[in-house]
Ligand binder design. Structure first.
Ligand code: SF4
Ligand code: SF4
Length: 239
C-alpha cells in the first residue's frame, strides 16, 4: 500500500477533487455519478468510450465552482471498490491492464504515475500512513491530512524544535498527535490539493507559534496549553 492508497483509506487530492467548491456530501454524489456512468458506459477495449467519458464529464463539470480556477479536476477519479469507500483512478493500469491507459487523461500517464506530493516523498511516510490509518478516517478526512504537506511540516518542525525526534512523534507523542490531527479536521478549512506552496517564511516566528496559527488555536483551547507546555518544558530543560 502507499500514502495514496492505504489499508484503510485513500486520497485523491492531486487529481483535483477537493478543488471543487462543494461540501463532502456533494463531492460523494459527483464521485458516484462518475463511477456509475463509467461502469455502465466505458469499455476500455473500445477507446472511443473512454474518450467520450472524458468529454462528457469535462463538459458537465465545467460549470462546477472551483476554489482555484487554474487547477484541473480530473473526471477519471471515482470509486474503485464495490463498497464505494475508496477513491482512485478509474483508468489506472491496474484496472485497465494497459500501462499507458492514463494517456486518456489531461495530465497523461507519465505525470499521473510519477507525481509524488511532498508528504509522499517524506522519509517517514510509512509512519504517517500508519498513524492516519489508526484514526479511522473516511476518504475525505484522509485526503485532508495525507495531502497537506504544510501541516505535516509544521507539526514535525514543532516537535524537532522541542528536541523531540521524528521517531518519538509516533511513539511517546502518538496520542497527542492523534488529538492534533482530529482537531485539524474539525477546526481548519478543507485542504484543496497537494500543490500548495508554504508562504510562511518569517524566521523569527517560533515553530510553536506557526503550528498554533495553522491550527487556529486560541489560548483557552486545551490543545494550545498542551503544546505550550511541551515548548516551555524544552526551554526550561535547556537552561
Ligand atoms: S496528494 Fe499525495 S497522497 Fe494524495 S493521491 Fe496525490 S500523491 Fe497520493
Ligand atoms: S487519470 Fe491521472 S489525474 Fe486523472 S484520476 Fe487518474 S491519476 Fe488522477
Amino acid at each position: 500500500m502507499s500514502l495514496c492508497q492505504t489499508n484503510q483509506s485513500s486520497c485523491g487530492a492531486c487529481c483535483g477533487l477537493f478543488n471543487l467548491d462543494y461540501p463532502h456530501q456533494k463531492l460523494r454524489i459527483i464521485l458516484n455519478d462518475r463511477t456509475e456512468f463509467f461502469l455502465k458506459n466505458v469499455d476500455y477495449k473500445k477507446k472511443e468510450t473512454v474518450i467520450s467519458f472524458r468529454e462528457e464529464f469535462e463538459k458537465k463539470e465545467s460549470v462546477f465552482p472551483k476554489k482555484d480556477t487554474t487547477i484541473y479536476n480530473c473526471p477519471f477519479l471515482g470509486y474503485i471498490d464495490s463498497e464505494k469507500k475508496r477513491i482512485g483512478c478509474m483508468i489506472h493500469p491496474i484496472k485497465t491492464g494497459d500501462p499507458k491507459s492514463q494517456n486518456f487523461s489531461f495530465y497523461g500517464a507519465s505525470i499521473c504515475q510519477s507525481y509524488d506530493c511532498k508528504n509522499k516523498e517524506r522519509e517517514n511516510v510509512d509512519d504517517w500512513e500508519k498513524l492516519f490509518d489508526l484514526i479511522g478516517l473516511n476518504e475525505y478526512q484522509y485526503s485532508m491530512l495525507a495531502a497537506d504537506h504544510i501541516f505535516v511540516s509544521r507539526l514535525e518542525e514543532f516537535f524537532l524544535e522541542c528536541g523531540i525526534s521524528k521517531k518519538a512523534i509516533f511513539q511517546e507523542y502518538e496520542v497527542l498527535v492523534q488529538k492534533i490531527l482530529k482537531w485539524k479536521l474539525e477546526n481548519c478549512s478543507p485542504h484543496k490539493t497537494s500543490f500548495e506552496i508554504d508562504m510562511e517564511t518569517n524566521v523569527n516566528t517560533s515553530k510553536l507559534q506557526k503550528l498554533i496559527e495553522y491550527l487556529n488555536l486560541k489560548p483557552s483551547d486545551g490543545l494550545y496549553m498542551e503544546l505550550t507546555e511541551i515548548a516551555l518544558k524544552f526551554t526550561t530543560d535547556r537552561h
